[in-house]
Design a protein around this ligand. Sequence first.
Ligand SMILES: [Zn+2]
Length: 187
Amino acid sequence: MAVKIFIDAGHGGPNPGAVGNGLIEEDINLSVASQLADDLRAMGYDVREYRTTPDENVISPVAADLRKRAAEANAWGADYFISIHTNSSTNPAANGFETYVYRLGSTSARLAQSIQNAVIAALGMKDNGVRQANFSVLRNTTMPAVLVELGYLSNPTEALNLNSPAWQAKIAAAIAEGINNFVSSGS
Ligand SMILES: [Zn+2]
């Protein structure tokens, strides 16, 4: 049986996420998540996506929506959960790629490190490393789970990249490579 990967495009529906430099987080997340799903399917993975359109599946309030995302992955029996987000800061100089897990030193953290390695190698972004966070989708999923922050839309240079279809395809491919490197290493 193929390894099952649940892809969560962050935000959507009534919750756009971060906005800045003319960009809306929910749109970037969906575009990269959709390409990641395609890339993983091409590698032979069984992929399910929480949303494939701006509003699909999304409910209010946000806390219930986040629980629903984790519950769907749990009910499906996903082997891995990947949530795609885009970062923002009040400091326009803030930049770089980072991943979040519920616990450092876990299987999730090793998967996150593999994603981190592949993205930094492919895109040359600042390496903000694997970080710990008590995010709902990480806390409530029962399989290894990683939340990816693609870059800072509040940073003018990264905003240009985040809005570029070619760059989106490149980072999606790098995330897929990082996941595949981890899974195929037998971890
Ligand atoms: Zn977000």
